[in-house]
Design a binder for this molecule. Structure first.
Ligand SMILES: NC(=O)c1ccc[n+]([C@@H]2O[C@H](COP(=O)([O-])OP(=O)(O)OC[C@H]3O[C@@H](n4cnc5c(N)ncnc54)[C@H](OP(=O)(O)O)[C@@H]3O)[C@@H](O)[C@H]2O)c1
Length: 290
């Protein structure tokens, strides 16, 4: 149902739905079908990336939906190889071409790649895209505190969002607190822990108690923490289920129980080293394809 998802107001006044739809590891044709389904069920925010190889399919679904452009919130991301002052704008134009759109609502630096030390000049190129109205908001993804601190010190615009790995097993409380202190919205990627969070006995017990599914409990937990979430699914029933999280509340005891599920372990790669040695990780998510 359109309008069912509440918004968060970003630090530049732009409003972003608190719950959107992710399309990581979804092929172009499948993305077109999944995004069409998601839009039909009422999602209005879609999260893709140049690297996902499905900007074309996402764009086709968005344009075919008949939903006015201003009611949609489309996000994409600059891939690591395109960091650097001269590469950002051409890469951005390629993304826009594939999406078939005139602007994006949010444009991210996908990973900081600190070893190349290009993220500050990349951000300054993002500031120029923003100044020219090509992206309604600009943000970063997978930035750690030291890289955020450099942007705060050396550039003009505070990122609107930092999109980071965040789920019950990896809760990022320190980084979330840093974001709050600087007006940066926290967006959770792999909010369901790629499905792993959904079989934990604490989550399944809370789901039973609330008459909801494990995914709904986890998504509700994120929303109550103040995170923006972008669950991915290519299964119509789950796409619909993941949106149906605005009719119940967790108790403080529920929140305390979920807080105890922190393991300190990422399922994705360490942002400190992604882009440096792309083949050297044991993580479940291949850093060359996130
Ligand atoms: N910035 C980054 O570096 C980065 C990295 C990773 C992800 N992301 C973004 O974050 C989005 C979400 O993360 P993710 O795709 O890694 O993982 P996720 O959303 O945590 O989990 C997706 C997995 O959970 C399953 N699932 C979804 N809803 C379910 C439900 N209601 N019940 C049971 N299983 C369910 C999906 O299966 P089916 O699809 O088979 O239904 C899929 O296997 C991505 O799509 C992408 O947009 C960003």
């Amino acid at each position: 149902m359109p309008g069912a998802v509440p918004d968060v107001t970003l630090n530049n006044g732009v409003r972003m739905p608190k719950l959107g739809f992710g399309v990581f590891q979804v092929g172009d044709d499948e993305a077109r079908a999944a995004v069409a389904t998601a839009l039909e069920y009422g999602y209005r925010s879609i999260d893709t990336a140049a690297l996902y190889g499905n900007e074309h399919g996402v764009g086709v679904a968005v344009r075919a939906s008949g939903i006015p452009r201003e009611e949609l919130f489309v996000t994409t991301k600059l891939w690591n190889a395109d960091q650097g002052a001269a590469r950002v704008e051409p890469a951005f134009e390629r993304s826009l071409d594939k999406l078939g759109l005139d602007y994006v609502d949010l444009y991210f630096i996908h990973w900081p790649v600190p070893s190349r030390n290009l993220f500050v000049e990349t951000w300054q190129a993002f500031e120029r895209l923003y100044a020219h109205g090509r992206a309604r908001a600009i943000g970063v993804s997978n930035f750690l505190r030291p890289q955020l601190a450099r942007l705060l010190e050396e550039t003009d615009i505070v990122p609107a969002v930092n999109q980071i790995e965040l789920h019950p097993g990896f809760q990022q409380s320190e980084l979330r607190q840093f974001h709050r202190g600087h007006g940066i919205a926290t967006e959770a990627w792999s909010p369901l822990g790629q499905g792993a969070a959904l079989t934990h006995p604490v989550i399944t017990r809370l789901a039973e108690r609330h008459g909801k599914t494990p995914a709904q409990v986890v998504l509700r937990w994120h929303l109550e923490l103040g995170n923006v979430v972008i669950p991915k699914s290519v299964t119509p029933g789950r796409i619909q289920e993941n949106l149906d999280v605005f009719d119940f509340q967790l108790t403080p005891d529920d929140a305390r129980e979920i807080a105890e599920l922190e393991t300190g372990e990422r399922i994705g790669p360490d942002p400190e080293v992604v882009g440096e040695k792309p083949s050297g990780f044991s993580s479940k998510i291949d850093p060359s394809i996130t």
